[in-house]
Design a protein around this ligand. Structure first.
Ligand code: TRH
Length: 378
């Protein structure tokens, strides 16, 4: 059986482990690979996968061997090394593991799985080799992306069918939303999910929404946009907290397991997403979305945001303009006007979303592409 190890360092929030866990599960479930996931932060892992035991050094979760990565120490022999070794976001795998890799015959395939960006340069860097300065080992870069010259996007084989089943069955969405505590009136209103970074202009958008004519509900996971949410609610923003002011109801949801987060995206009319993994899930959800990109020094992220909008929002100015304001890439926003323009284009944006999915499907999925590349190196 093919063995594969993923090393994941949680730098911030949930995207690092979110991506590694999704990849690990898919490789195990759909490709029969024996996966070991090394992760340094089990508490973050547990938030997206409640069955994780934060005390366990070693545990099997949904068929994946999860090992608590406690730092750069540890002793490893060649027999401990997997056939394919993935280092996520250049996280520096333990030196002793690298020494053990150099003692393997044949050498394992060593990949550095990079972050997702729509910029063109990734096509030139995808699959590039990098020699170890001292040992006879080569690492290759593997870039996710939006074109056939990249590794594609993470997408489970059953995802599209599951989404279609859910979205074609109104009772399924209703019962899911009821399970999250929504009364019928909120289920029937316009529903927006909100997942963003603390600096997003949430308070200004709430003001625009509460002055609107039609009732709408904003569903926000516990802890997200805490300051603006608590100011609106006038009470602590713990799960279950809810308040209505003007046309807007804000409801705080518990942080849900990863598969339920997909259902939330499928059930809402519009999704605000952030980082990398929720951003990709929103692209597969077939609903309009607004992306809050992970901030980087020197506003490097604004360049990346523009690169994505240039591919995705072709000809849909309302979406580009709203997104640029949401990310602080342009000056002060007139939020009532930005919101009304975005709503006006909702049908067009939804049609673009379907077209985009078709384009992305042609690139294959990241897990399969990664295994094909690894096989070509072995
Ligand atoms: C809101 C919510 C999210 N999730 C999951 C979905 C995703 O897998 C994960 C969130 O990850 P992201 O969307 O990527 O956003 P994020 O901001 O949480 O994560 C990251 O962004 C990366 C770009 C950075 O490199 C990382 O360091 C990391 O900060 O949490 C749930 O499982 N349940 C929930 O209720």
């Amino acid at each position: 059986m093919l063995t594969l190890a993923i090393f994941c360092k949680v730098v911030d929030n949930y995207g690092d482990i979110g991506i590694c866990w999704r990849l690990a599960r898919q490789l195990q479930r759909e490709h029969g690979v024996a996966v070991t996931l090394w992760v340094d932060d089990l508490a973050s892992f547990r938030r997206i996968c409640p069955e994780v035991d934060v005390e366990a050094d070693e545990q099997t979760v949904q068929g994946v061997l999860v090992r608590h990565w406690r730092g750069q120490d540890g002793s490893f022999a060649p027999g401990d090394v997997a056939d394919i070794v993935i280092e996520f976001f250049a996280c520096d795998i333990p030196p002793a593991y690298i020494e053990a890799m150099a003692g393997c015959e044949p050498r394992p395939v060593w990949l550095n799985l990079e972050g997702l960006t729509a910029e063109e340069w990734v096509e030139g860097c995808h699959k590039l080799p990098s020699m170890h300065p001292r040992l006879k080992l080569t690492k290759h870069f593997f870039f996710p992306g939006f074109t056939p010259q990249t590794g594609g996007l993470l997408r489970e084989g059953e995802l599209e069918r599951e989404r279609q089943d859910f979205q074609c069955d109104p009772a399924a969405a209703r019962s899911f939303l009821r399970g999250l505590g929504l009364p019928e009136s909120e289920i029937d209103a316009l529903k927006v999910s909100l997942f963003c970074y603390p600096h997003a202009p949430v308070a200004a958008l709430f003001d625009a929404w509460r002055a609107g004519l039609a009732p709408m509900t904003c569903l926000v996971p516990e802890g997200v946009a805490r300051a603006a949410v608590e100011a609106f609610l006038g009470q602590p923003g713990s799960a279950g907290a809810v308040a209505t002011r003007g046309a807007l109801t804000v409801r705080v949801l518990p942080f849900v397991p990863q598969p339920d987060y997909d259902r939330l995206l499928w059930a809402c009319d519009l999704n605000f997403v952030r980082g990398e993994d929720s951003w990709v899930r929103a692209q597969w959800a077939g609903k309009p979305f607004v992306w809050d990109i992970y901030p980087q020094d020197d506003n490097l992220h604004h360049k990346k945001l523009r690169a994505f909008l240039g591919r995705y929002a072709v000809g849909i100015d309302s979406l580009s303009t709203f997104s640029l304001h949401w990310n602080g890439a342009v000056g002060e926003g007139d939020w009532p006007a930005l919101w009304s323009a975005l709503r006006h284009d909702a049908a067009r944006i939804e049609a673009r979303s379907a077209e985009w999915q078709g384009e992305m499907l042609k690139n294959g999925d990241l897990a399969s592409n990664l295994l094909t590349f690894a096989a070509s190196l072995r």
